[in-house]
Ligand binder design. Structure first.
Ligand code: NAP
Length: 267
């Protein structure tokens, strides 16, 4: 018996990193999961791993920024698993530089992938949620960042998007209380994924969504970050997923409109 038996979840960006661990955690508690990723291979891998562990999942490949993606994502859940109970808006990446060097494209791309895509997914879900009331509470978890909560050098675009997700969370909590939907956000600090991987190279990049994106922290910066985190280290994707799970159970039914900062007590 899992705490999420019978529930259907959609998790954007769940082929890798934190999203993958969220999908695995929800599935391990009994939820059937729609796994999304930009690329087919990591999405299929998460689905295969969920199935190998005895769970159920299906892939919905594509960019959350694409027109029509949100409707397709929601329909994959309602048509494949006849439900939609948990929505986790997690997909995204960073594209940093100081404001005087930041292009309109850089600003728009990051606002689109984090904030607009999440808005579109929630908007696409509303008709189904309204038309299919439940006795239990449905759950939305929007993934934010300490950059959105407190700001961060070189991240005007990302911080604005992640702060916007907190504002949207608080608003949707008010709009969707009448549907028995809890809407919360989790703002991560330093979680070890490929975005923050410790690398000797100062100029490590990855191709994400057709763009060369700088990733990773150099060992000095990573060591400094760990020193100023009272828990003494970065978080793991499994620990990050655990904090999202807290908002997905029926034990948190009277918690809504909140942003939980998950940063090892850093700030
Ligand atoms: P990650 O390891 O790079 O994983 C991100 C996932 O999102 C990947 O599976 C990626 O797909 C997917 N993705 C990226 N753009 C997408 C798009 N347009 N459409 C669909 N999927 C897309 O990064 P992460 O660290 O787990 O980040 C997950 C979330 O946590 C993000 O919202 C991030 O901003 C937030 N966050 C992370 C940290 C941290 O320290 N790691 C801190 C604060 C907040 P591909 O693999 O195909 O590229």
């Amino acid at each position: 018996m899992g705490t999420l038996d019978g529930k259907v979840a959609i998790v954007s960006g769940s082929g890798r990193g934190i999203g993958r661990e969220i999908a695995l955690k929800l599935a391990s508690e009994g939820a059937r999961v729609v796994v999304n990723d930009l690329d087919k291979e990591p999405a299929d891998q998460t689905v295969a791993d969920i199935k190998a562990a005895g769970g159920d999942a299906v892939a919905c490949v594509g960019s959350v920024s694409e027109d029509g993606f949100a409707e397709r994502f929601v329909a994959t859940a309602t048509e494949t698993f006849s439900g939609l109970d948990i929505i986790v808006n997690n997909a995204g990446y960073t594209w940093d530089t100081v404001i005087q060097k930041m292009t309109d494209e850089q600003w728009d791309t990051i606002l689109d992938v984090h904030l607009k895509a999440s808005f579109r997914i929630l908007r696409a879900a509303q008709p189904y949620i309204k038309a299919n009331p439940t006795e239990y509470h449905r759950k939305v978890v929007n993934i934010s960042s300490t950059s959105g909560y407190y700001g961060n050098l070189g991240q005007a675009n990302y911080a604005a998007a992640k702060a916007g997700m907190i504002g949207m969370t608080k608003t949707l909590a008010k709009e969707w209380g009448r549907y028995k939907v809890n809407v919360n956000a989790v703002a991560f600090g330093f979680i070890l994924t490929r975005m923050t991987e410790v690398t000797a190279a100062d100029n490590a990049t990855l191709e994400i969504d057709g763009r060369e994106i700088k990733v990773g922290l150099n060992p000095e910066k990573a060591a400094m970050a760990s020193k100023i985190i009272p828990l003494g280290r970065a978080g793991t994707p499994v620990e990050a997923a655990g904090s999202v799970y807290l908002f997905c159970t029926q034990d948190s039914n009277y918690v809504s409109g909140q942003c939980l900062v998950v940063d090892g007590a850093r700030v």
